[in-house]
Design a protein around this ligand. Structure first.
Ligand code: AP5
Ligand code: ZN
Length: 214
């Protein structure tokens, strides 16, 4: 099963990716996590991406397309994958389809901007695994610690309110056009498209997605 998770920053893509990965046994390909790993390893890619990400802008299409093509060619993706944060522009989507990467499901997460700003303010992440928490809505068992490893949780550098607002405007301008792009492909029978109300409880959304994909 090859799935795209489509939605604004903070819509809950990473949260549901953890559930879907465990439920359907397919890897999560989070381009944001890949870039953050490159930054912490100090690679050339990380050096290029750091400032762009801190400003809430998008890394260039060429870099992202290359990164994803390389990743989906790996053996653990042969039974499917979850794309989380890619494609994010029409050129990224076009390049992916031109490269012959096929998609079975596009899952859109619908969440209003004001809810997102509040979510980001309370987000905590475990950088090693990509697991995501929220201080009120999805708290870890032990404050500030990852449930599985017990390691420290951190606040993402791009979760400052001003940066979040900029990321939302970038989303509306550059990524939201993918909603009609994929709705059109769904009408042609190329992909299945499902929109979820992302403001519901995490567990309710998980149950809905499981039903759609089963
Ligand atoms: P990326 O890491 O992809 O960030 P994003 O798309 O902005 O999305 P987030 O990770 O912020 O949100 P999410 O939807 O995963 O929400 P989450 O589950 O964490 O990208 C970061 C940057 O990298 C970009 O700005 C760009 O610079 C660059 N980049 C990445 N991909 C790129 C690409 N393809 N092209 C160009 N540049 C790229 O949830 C958020 C919070 O809400 C958490 O605290 C969570 O616990 C909570 N929450 C989740 N669900 C619920 C719920 N149902 N109810 C209550 N709280 C909830
Ligand atoms: Zn995420």
């Amino acid at each position: 099963m090859r799935i795209i998770l489509l939605g604004a920053p903070g819509a809950g893509k990473g949260t549901q990716a953890q559930f879907l990965m465990n439920t359907f046994n397919i890897p999560q390909i989070s381009t944001g996590d890949m870039l953050r790993a490159a930054i912490s390893e100090g690679t050339e890619l990380g050096k290029k991406a750091k400032q762009v990400m801190d400003e809430g802008k998008l890394v260039s299409d060429d870099i992202m397309i290359g990164l994803v093509q390389e990743r989906v060619a790996q053996s653990d993706c042969k039974n499917g994958f979850l794309l989380d944060g890619f494609p994010r522009t029409i050129p990224q989507a076009d390049a992916m389809h031109e490269a012959g990467i096929e998609i079975d499901y596009v899952l859109e997460f619908d969440v209003p901007d004001d809810v997102i700003v509040e979510r980001m303010a309370g987000r905590r992440v475990h950088p090693g695994s990509g697991r995501v928490y929220h201080v009120s809505y999805n708290p870890p068992q032990q404050e500030g610690k990852d449930d599985v490893t017990g390691e420290d949780l951190i606040v993402r550098d791009d979760d400052k309110e001003e940066t979040v607002r900029h990321r939302l405007s970038v989303y509306h301008e550059q990524t939201e056009p993918l909603v009609s792009y994929y709705q059109n492909l769904a009408e042609q029978g190329v992909v299945n498209y499902h929109k979820v109300d992302g403001t519901r409880e995490v567990s309710d959304i998980s149950a809905e997605l499981k039903g759609v994909l089963s």
